[in-house]
Ligand binder design. Sequence first.
Ligand code: SF4
Length: 171
Amino acid sequence: MFLFPETYKLRDRMIEQYPHVEFVNHGTRLTPAEQATLYGEELWKRNPDLCCRLRKVDPMREVMADVDVWITGLRRSQSATRVNLRLIEWDWRYLVLKVNPLFRWERSQIWQYVKQNDVPYNELHEQGYPTVGCTHCTQPVSGCTPGDYSRAGRWSGTDKNECGLHGGAGI
Ligand code: SF4
């Protein structure tokens, strides 16, 4: 993936704050240069579904081969594609039990919990980014505060709004 420096900073803060949790980096082995050679420059502009599959979905599939239970931060109110989310689901793509403990939470509850419990978060949320993904495909959304949720800043100008890790495109 092509991540923001703030995202790496968040990862480092998480490692420091939760030393009892093992954090594992598992991204694609395909370097940006190799991707450009094999698929052309700026694939994310021409075929973002393929780019997401190469850089996110396929590496995730490798990780999931050794996983039995996947706990996510998905919420019903995040998007139209998530309104039917349930607490516990069977994920046929990765063949794992998927648990979504926040499925009924609203954005405001998330922030309340974060503040009350000193949970590390990506500082881009305070700079107009309601959600944060790759640098090439994430834009700030005008007027957005940390309490607002929107996917308008993801893959702007296209009808894509899911990378494919949780379904949708990029499969
Ligand atoms: S979010 Fe954009 S840059 Fe990142 S993998 Fe998907 S298409 Fe590629």
